[in-house]
Design a protein around this ligand. Sequence first.
Ligand code: ASP
Length: 432
Amino acid sequence: MKINTSSLTFKIFMAMVLGLFVGLLLRLGVSETTDLVIPLGLFDFSVKAVIVDGFLHAGGQIFINSLKMLVVPLVFVSLVCGTCSLSDPQKLGRLGGKSVLLYVATTAIAITIALTMAIILQPGVGIDAQPQSGFVAKEAPALVDVFINIMPTNPISSMAKGNMLQIIVFALLFGIAVALLGKEGNRIVTFFEDINKVIMKIVSILMNLAPYGVFCLMAKLFTYIDLGAIGALAKYFLLVVVVLIIHATVTYSLILKAFTGLSPVIFLTKMREAAMFAFGTASSSATLPVTLNTATKKLGAHNSTASFTVPLGSTINMDGTAIMQGVATVFIAQFFAVDLTLNDYLMVVITATLASIGTAGVPGVGLIMLAMVLQQVNLPVEGIALIIGVDRLLDMIRTAVNVTGDCMVTCVIAKSENELDETVFNDTSATK
Ligand code: ASP
C-alpha cells in the first residue's frame, strides 16, 4: 500500500506518535507534583510551567476551542439548509424515525456484546486495584429531564450553551418554515447556503491546524497520564478496547454491508481522519465539523440527510460509551462480588442505551452517566473511582467509535433515501 505522506491523515498520525514520545520523554522529569527546573543564570526555566502547562496546554486547547467554535453555527446553518431543501415534507419524519431507531439499535447491540464478553472473560475477578481517593460521584441527570429539555425555551440561550438537541429542534422548525414559505423563502435559502459554504471553508482551514493541536494534546496527556493504573486494570482496559474494535469493525461492517451493499473497507478507510480527530479531542461534539465533512465529502451522503443525522448522532449515539459502561458495570459487580441477575443485565442494556442518548459528546461524560447505570442495578457508585484512572485513554478510543457509528448510520440512511452518491463513496481519493 502506498502511503501518501503529504496527506492530512498521515500528518495527524505522525503528530500523534510524536506527541506520545515527547510526552513519555517529558514525564521522566515532570509529573503532576514534580517539575524539571533548568537554571539559566538570570532565571530558572520551569519545564512544567512553560512547556507542559504553557505551550502544550495552550496549543491543545486552542485547537479544541477552534473546533468547538464552529459546532453551533455549523449545525444550525447546515441543518437549516438541509431542511429547507427537502422536497418531500414527510421525509423529515421518516429520517427522524429511522435515525433514532438505528442509533438506539446499534447502541443496544454494542452494550450486549460488551456485557457478554465481560461476563465470559470476568475482568473484575482477582484484580488488585484500589478506588482512587477523593472521588465524588456527580449526579447524573434524571432521564425525564433529558426528554423535557429537548424543547428549547430560548433558542439563543440554547446556542449560547451549545445544547445540541435544542439547536436541532429549532433549526428543523426554522428550515420547515422556510420550506413552507415556498418562493418567498428563496432569499433566505440562498443566504443560508452561502453561509454554509463559508463555514465549511473555515472547517477546512482549521483542519490544517490539526497536526499541531493533536501533537500538543498527546504530549501533555502522556506527560501526566497514570500508566501504573493501566497496568493494574489491564484486563478491564484491554477488554474495553477489544470490544470497541470488534464493534467498529465487525458490527458496523455487517450492518453497512447488509443494508447498503457498500464496501466496509472503503468506509473504514475513509473514517481514519475523523476517528483521529475524535481520538485526539475525546469529544464527538468537537469532532462534529470533521464528521460532517467526512460524511458529505468523503462518504458521499447528501447534505439534506447528513446535516440531520450527524449532529443527532454526535448527541444521542454513543456506542463506544455504552461499551465502556457495559464492561465497567460487570467489572464493578465482580469487584464487589455482587451477583447480577438476567433482569439486571436487561436493565443495564436499557439504561445504558438511554444514558447514551443523554450523554453529551464531551470528554468524560460517559463516566458520569455510568453512575445512572450502576444505581439502576444497585451497584456502589464509588466503583467508578476504580476505573477513573484509565478512563481518559479509553475515552479517546470510544469517542473514535462513537463518530464512526454516526457516519455508518448516516450512510445507511442516505442510501435508503437515495441520497448517497456512490461514485463519491467509492472514489478513494474523494475529499470534495
Ligand atoms: N467523550 C465521549 C464523546 O464525546 C463521551 C464519553 O464517553 O464520555 O463521544
